[in-house]
Design a protein around this ligand. Structure first.
Ligand code: ZN
Ligand code: ZN
Length: 230
């Protein structure tokens, strides 16, 4: 019997014939009760630009701000769940306390969202700085993709020497300097590719916009962005 990765309750989900047939898709290690504490953005009205939950689907205040910086851009970020109290507790236990097993808690959802991006999609996780990697021992975005059985390429380097984003207020975050550089492999293969940049949380959008900006000069056909939470 499998157990819920979050609360350890036994899982009683019986896989249907079809579910087992799609063998590549990771099984869902979260019980119905824990799952009910998540707020799926797929089923709620949200901002069409960034996925934020709100009463209407036109651009939210953050996206309207970004539209001033990127007037020709069509914003369309895919986020799976609201960054609510449960999500915060989850990310703290996974990312800050370092419980790596938890990277698989929502892997079935992440797998589904990645597959919707199409066969040709090239997934690029947001890299963390060397300092964060040393302290944490893993890159949360890569681990999320690994657990979801989604192949990815590390094409970006994070050169940031700055303080953690989480220690900054919103205005400071939006003004953060470009921390990313494309590596030699990225430069040679990006042309014509459909790129999907993956991060754990969309907070201000600053990180994902910087990542898109650093990849764009190397000619990908499209750049999309995806995060577990918004
Ligand atoms: Zn549970
Ligand atoms: Zn928005």
């Amino acid at each position: 019997m499998n157990h819920c990765l979050w609360c350890q309750e036994a899982l009683d989900h019986t896989y249907t014939f079809f579910e087992l047939l799609v063998y590549d898709r990771p099984q869902s290690p979260i019980c119905d009760f824990c799952r009910s504490q998540l707020d799926s953005l797929k089923e709620t009205i949200h901002c069409e630009g960034c996925g934020r939950k709100q009463a209407h689907s036109s651009y939210c205040s953050d996206c309207l701000e970004w539209a001033k910086v990127y007037p020709n851009k069509n914003f369309h970020h895919t986020a799976l769940f609201t960054y609510n109290a449960f999500a915060k507790e989850y990310m703290e236990k996974f990312k800050i306390l370092g419980d790596c097993e938890l990277a698989g808690l929502l892997s079935r959802d992440l797998y589904g969202a990645c597959k919707e991006k199409g066969k040709e999609a090239l997934f690029v996780p947001i890299p963390i700085s060397d300092r964060s990697r040393e302290a944490r021992g893993f890159n949360q975005s890569e681990l999320l993709l690994q657990k979801a059985h989604i192949p990815y390429m590390r094409l970006l380097k994070n050169q940031s020497k700055e303080e953690k984003q989480s220690k900054k207020d919103k205005r400071e975050r939006m003004a953060t300097a470009q921390p990313f550089e494309v590596d030699a492999e990225g430069i040679s293969i990006l042309s014509g590719k459909k790129v999907v940049i993956v991060d754990d949380i969309y907070t201000t959008g600053r990180t994902l916009f910087h990542a898109s900006d650093s990849l764009r000069p190397y000619g990908p056909s499209t750049i999309e962005t995806l995060s577990l939470f918004r």
